[in-house]
Design a protein around this ligand. Structure first.
Ligand code: ZN
Length: 326
């Protein structure tokens, strides 16, 4: 079984790894890993001090339940990658999902792009039989966007504008629809717009005049703009477009240094900008939403690459990629 290592500067290696486990640790055989924008940044980023095993969205099968009395051998499980720090103000207030210093498996320490994962007992969630492994890979992205939306404190009548340049925008759309919001999906890609049209209240191309967006939203402008691109032009557009007292949510990894990871709340003009971090995802409450979103998510085309081929082909131009671990 192979393990994928990122060394920075688009250098990756898949190596056989055979270090043995502690005998009774929870052991999960990884089936699939979904690589996203954060992984792309890690992959292409500056040389790292040491290699890192990526993989923060993953599904697998329990080989040995270890200390998890609720799991049995053969159960399918999904990875909740973030660990709360345990000692910040939020953690002390028993709200680990708001932890100020979460550490994320596959980003801050070795992740799941490996044959077997040992230990990390709090990170695995049992998957209901009704959910396919492919759909479950998107569960984390859905849950993350839900966190992002909740940071903007949406009201039932609110409209949300989703700026995207990749397939994760469809996950954000699915999340916003299950929150009952009026959705405007903005994407330059015609194929994704066609898919979004079946689920979104409005679908627009990029560089739409601000006035048109105001018309769509009854003259007000959207209440919430979610930027999934990390593109400064989009941020500028979002500031122009949101209604008075509107909120902008930055979710892209590209904003990590400039906003999302450091700015809790920032005001530009009348707009309030909030960043979001990957915190504990609480999958238990997400399973029903996932079933609701499955009709959309199962149609999002994400290419699959066997782990042994990644070092050669990399992301091959795709913003999202599934690693087949077998
Ligand atoms: Zn904390």
């Amino acid at each position: 079984m192979k393990t994928l290592y990122f060394h920075g500067r688009e250098n990756a290696t898949a190596e056989d790894k055979s270090d043995g486990p502690a005998r009774d640790a929870l052991t999960v055989k990884i089936e699939k890993v979904l690589l996203d924008g954060w992984d792309r940044e890690l992959y292409g980023g500056a040389a790292r001090p040491g290699p890192l095993v990526p993989g923060h969205w993953a599904v697998g099968e329990v080989v040995r339940p270890g200390g998890r009395a609720d799991l049995r051998t053969g159960d399918r499980v999904v990875l909740d990658p973030a660990a709360a720090c345990g000692d910040c103000v939020a953690c002390a207030a028993n709200a680990p999902e708001k932890c100020e210093r979460p550490r994320v498996m596959g980003l801050d320490f070795d992740g799941a792009a490996t044959g077997l994962v040992f230990g990390h007992e709090n990170h695995w969630q049992l998957l209901p039989r009704s959910i396919t492994s492919g759909d479950a890979l998107g569960l984390g992205i859905l849950a993350f966007y839900r966190q992002a939306l909740l940071r903007a404190k949406p009201l039932p009548q609110d409209s949300v504008l989703i700026f995207t340049d990749n397939a994760s925008g469809l996950y954000a759309l699915a999340t916003a629809k299950t929150q009952g919001l009026f959705c405007i999906y903005c994407d330059a890609d015609a194929d994704r717009r066609a898919l979004a049209k079946q689920f979104s209240d409005a679908v627009v191309e990029r560089y739409l005049p601000v006035e048109t967006l105001r018309e769509i939203t009854g003259g007000e402008g959207p209440n919430i703009a979610m930027d999934l691109t990390g593109d400064e032009d989009f941020l500028a557009d979002a500031v122009q477009m949101v209604s008075q007292a509107g909120r902008i949510v930055l979710t892209h990894g590209g904003w990590q240094t400039s906003a999302a990871y450091h700015v809790r709340t920032l005001s530009i003009k009348e707009a309030e900008i909030v960043g979001v971090r990957l915190g504990r995802l609480h999958y238990g409450s997400m399973m029903e939403q996932l079933e609701e979103c499955a009709p959309l998510l199962s149609r999002v085309k994400v290419p699959t690459v066997p782990i042994g081929e990644f070092a050669t082909v990399g992301f091959a131009g795709s913003p999202l990629l599934i690693l087949d671990m077998h």
